[in-house]
Write a protein that binds this ligand. Structure first.
Ligand SMILES: *Cc1c(COP(=O)(O)O)cnc(C)c1O
Length: 484
């Protein structure tokens, strides 16, 4: 019999109950892991013997489920990047939620590919698109897509901007047919993903014209207008202005209303990078961003200030048709049928690069349904208050200075006892930061603002409390003392 020679195999467990039991144990461990995160170090160095565990040759033979989990427990779980910890304020990272565990479980069970066809994921994602439309007051014919993050959301926005600006079909003719260099405008504070987008689109990073900032690190409108005029005269083709809605360095927001005006004047696309800042729309009135609803495209993240578990971002495009025209491609094996499994009029694969896509929209939907939009706004207000609190306490200390104006949730500061030159200051502040990482109690990051090296906290953390910022100050002072 065929079966005896070549028995049919599967990846399903032989013993479902045993796997379910392991699942129960893992779930319990993971909730413990989160509940007790405060008791652990924010971050710790990975020991050499652990690094060696990831130098194996390709395993051809299996381990048991339990054995794999044991390895994860000892070799992986103790060495996270730290962003779930209440005293992690490095870069701009979200915290995630314990409820997110449950959504990840369901996503894995359904294992839905959400590129297209007729199934419930499309309706979940379309629900998100319509919620985002409403929150950002975009028109009814705008479109959106859940992405892996804001980098891809930026790429998508700028791709649509490029394609619609050309009077020929660049998808068909390629960038070789572009006659004049296409210019993107932004500031030095713009995120690196914009440059990557320009590189990938074949337009090149030289085609980014950086506009000087005013004293608040936001784009200088006069300089922008002058540069556009100059470029047009030089026979270049301006096509998009990128507005910052919360820069990584200092949380600066450009004057969106003024940018819209200029874009209208010169017929340019207005793309907004609001990775975390766009969510200020959920916060109290005083922080709302004027003019965000006027963008042609808006990119932001759910995994930063909305704490959806990594990863999930979003792009909203003002005109569904322009969006779809940029990405739609339906060879015969992807043609829709009128109804049934291969039906569904709205395929998200026509709005981005991915055909196969996981069910990211479910974790976003579940997070929103579980908590409601209001609380994210209140958490944003809370983080801003915390940043203000920390800025106020360090301002009182004469050996520490604020390096940039405190916008929103970001505080840039450094140790500066006076009478030390820039080079030396940089060295000392780096030492302080190394010491903080080694001690593992707090995790700020660093940046350079107006040439000054500084420590930086970006509070996008729903676990942080004011007392955690007191601990940061304490660490800072203890380390300064030790370095004397
Ligand atoms: C984080 C960030 C990005 C990139 O987003 P990812 O989700 O990391 O891809 C882009 N712009 C700004 C302002 C950011 O803070």
């Amino acid at each position: 019999m065929a079966d005896e020679i070549d028995p049919e195999i599967t990846l399903d467990p032989e013993n479902w109950q045993a796997l379910a039991k392991l699942g129960d144990d893992v779930l319990e461990d993971m909730f413990d892991y989160l509940e007790n995160v405060r008791e652990r170090k924010v971050w710790q160095d990975i020991p050499e013997n652990i690094k060696q565990c990831f130098n194996e040759s390709p395993p051809m033979k299996p381990l048991s489920s339990k054995e794999v989990y044991e390895r994860v427990k000892h070799e992986i779980l103790p060495y996270p990047p730290g962003n779930i910890h209440p005293r992690f304020w490095g870069w701009v990272n979200g915290t995630g939620t314990p409820f997110g565990l449950i959504s990840e479980l369901i996503i894995a069970a359904m294992n839905a590919n959400t590129g297209g066809r007729e199934h419930i994921a499309n309706y979940v994602e379309r629900q998100l698109v319509s919620w985002m439309r409403e929150i950002f007051e975009f028109p009814a014919n705008s479109s959106g897509l859940v992405t892996s993050g804001c980098s891809i959301a930026n790429l998508i926005g700028i791709t649509v901007a490029r394609n619609q600006a050309l009077d020929f079909d660049v998808r068909k003719k390629g960038i070789m047919a572009i006659k004049k260099p296409m210019i993107l405008y932004g500031t030095s504070q713009m995120h690196s993903s914009i440059q990557k987008a320009m590189e990938i689109l074949g337009l090149g990073s030289d085609s980014i014209h950086l506009i000087e900032c005013d004293e608040n690190a936001s784009i200088s409108i006069d300089n922008l207008r002058a540069q556009i005029k100059q470029d047009i005269e030089a026979n270049l083709q301006p096509f998009v202005v990128v507005g910052n809605v919360g820069t990584v360095n200092s949380g600066t927001i450009d004057d969106i209303l003024a940018l819209r005006k200029i874009c209208d004047e010169f017929n340019l696309w207005l793309h907004l990078d609001g990775a975390f800042g766009a969510l200020l729309q959920l916060s109290s009135n005083k922080y709302k961003i004027k003019g965000i609803e006027l963008a042609d495209s808006l990119a932001f993240d759910f995994h930063k200030w909305m704490h959806v578990n990594y990863d999930a971002g979003f792009v909203l495009i003002r005109d569904d048709k322009l969006h779809r025209d940029t990405f739609t491609l339906r060879p015969s094996y992807l043609a829709s049928m009128e109804r049934g499994l291969a039906g569904g009029g709205y395929w998200f694969s026509e709005y981005g690069l991915q055909l196969s896509r996981g069910f990211r929209s479910l974790k976003v939907w579940m997070t929103i349904k579980r908590f409601g939009f209001d609380i994210f706004g209140r958490l944003i207000d809370q983080n801003i208050r915390q940043a203000r609190y920390f800025a106020d306490i360090i301002e009182k200390q004469d050996n520490i200075e604020l390096v940039a104006k405190v916008n929103m949730n970001i505080v840039c500061f450094r140790y500066n006892p006076g009478e030390i030159d820039e080079e030396e200051l940089e060295l000392i502040n780096k030492k302080i930061l190394y010491a903080m990482y080694d001690r593992g109690i707090v995790a700020p990051s660093y940046t350079r603002i107006f040439g000054k090296y500084c420590l930086r906290i970006a509070i996008t953390n729903h676990r942080s409390r004011l007392s955690d910022l007191d601990i940061l100050l304490n660490e800072l002072n203890e380390i300064i003392e030790l370095l004397q």
